[in-house]
Design a protein around this ligand. Structure first.
Ligand code: PLP
Length: 409
């Protein structure tokens, strides 16, 4: 009998979303005619942009004929997409990223999760708290997390993000090798200013720390002081990998495409102190374990950067951000404290009357028929908050906010 990787056995069940689904299902069984609105959903609801659909249809037709069909994609992605990414996401913002620093993939979950493959189990890892659970769970799988004690992993350094520090994590008190940063943030919807992100890049330069920067929600940034890429900060190419996704940018959650940037000057070291380029190791890993995103999908992603594509995608993001505004202003009009929702599709709501996340979740479900996501599910510092999302339909979002405004809490 083969031996199992016991790190996987350390993982607790996916308690958060399973528990939400159980409670919502029970409520619906007991109240079959209730109109339940989900503000907990982390998935898009708007259709893909017409320019994207047209590109997919054209590419599909190419696959139907002998002269134009395509087989395996080049390892890092097709040059047409790499070129569009370089020009639009980086050069247009004065950032120097070259095609051979980009790796097209099937999304940021795979990339942020898989990246641990090329990092030693000995690295000390820090995450912000609350946190997108994939960073923590994949470090558990990679043997870097230690043991779970009182809902925290013994070898992971948690950096609390609270209302007291305006959701800006303090630098680690104990030196770390790897830090995950996600901005705009899931779940809090908050951002870092350029000056705040610079502190992290400077820390990483001084401490030889690797920053894994998840910019999956970059397209939602509206304020000019919020960096769209970590490479806007001087020196970041020496210390940071950036992850991007077309999922929330262009509604690709079901299409699957993303990319990451691994700068050529970014070095890591061996146990004996030799320096090696992360780019070539990641290239080797991807070439061995991944056969590229589909041609049709890469053409679809390219269309996101066409003039029509850009405009259509923008309209959809505006739609979600309007929902975010409706939620935020509605809740604040009745004195509730909210964070995020300006440069992100998430609104982080402080529970009133010191309700716990789950107590407030239950009250909103039972009294208003609204589904939220309890903040405690994202980490200890998420206790006392719920996450609302702007990804719903406009009418349902407005209706949900009206219910909350008329609530006698
Ligand atoms: N990163 C963050 C912070 C996310 O919230 C999500 C999805 O919710 C992802 C990555 C996953 O993105 P993708 O659909 O590209 O895998």
């Amino acid at each position: 009998m083969a031996f199992v990787n016991e790190n996987f056995l350390k993982l607790p069940g996916n308690y958060l979303f399973a528990e939400i689904a159980t409670r919502v299902a029970a409520y619906k069984t007991n109240h079959p005619s209730a109109s339940v609105i989900s503000l907990g959903i982390g998935d898009v609801t708007r259709p893909l942009a017409p320019a994207v659909i047209a590109a997919m249809q054209k590419a599909t037709a190419e696959m139907a004929s002998e002269g134009t069909m395509r087989g395996y994609s080049p390892d890092r992605g097709y040059p047409f997409l790499l070129d569009a990414i370089v020009k639009n996401d980086f050069a247009a913002h004065g950032i120097d990223v070259t095609q051979d620093e980009i790796f097209v993939s099937d999304g940021a979950k795979s990339d942020t999760g898989n990246f641990g493959d090329i990092l030693s189990a000995d690295n000390l890892v820090a995450v912000t708290d609350p946190v997108y659970p994939v960073y923590v769970d994949t470090n558990v799988m990679g043997g870097r997390a230690g043991e779970l004690k009182n809902s925290a992993w013994s070898c992971i350094q948690y950096l609390p993000c609270t209302a007291q520090n305006s959701f800006t994590p303090a630098l680690p008190t104990k030196r770390v090798d790897v830090i995950y940063l996600c901005y705009p943030n899931n779940p809090t919807g908050t951002t870092l200013s350029r000056a705040e992100l610079k502190k992290w890049v400077d820390y990483a330069l001084q401490n030889e720390t690797l920053i894994l920067f998840d910019a999956a929600y970059e397209a939602f940034i509206r304020e000019s002081d919020v960096p769209r890429s970590i490479y806007e900060i001087a020196g970041a190419k020496q210390v940071a990998v950036e992850f991007r996704s077309f999922s929330k940018t262009a509604g690709f959650t079901g299409v699957r495409c993303g990319y990451n940037v691994v700068p050529k000057e970014l070095l890591v070291k061996t146990a004996s102190g030799d320096k090696v380029a992360l780019n070539s190791i990641w290239k080797r890993r991807q070439a061995t374990k991944f056969n590229g995103a589909a041609y049709v999908v890469q053409r679809a992603a390219e269309a996101v950067y066409s003039p029509e594509g850009k405009q259509q995608v923008q309209e959809t993001i505006d739609y979600y951000l309007q929902n975010a505004g409706v939620i935020k202003t509605g809740l604040e009009s009745i004195g509730m404290k909210t964070y995020g929702g300006v440069n992100a599709p998430y609104i982080w709501v402080q529970t009133p009357n010191s309700y716990s996340s789950w107590e407030f979740f239950d009250r909103m479900l039972n009294e208003l028929q609204i589904v939220t996501t309890p903040g405690a599910g994202f980490g200890a510092s998420g206790e006392g908050f719920v996450r609302l999302t702007a990804f719903g339909k406009k009418a349902a979002t407005v209706e949900a906010v009206e219910r909350i405004k008329n609530w006698k809490l």
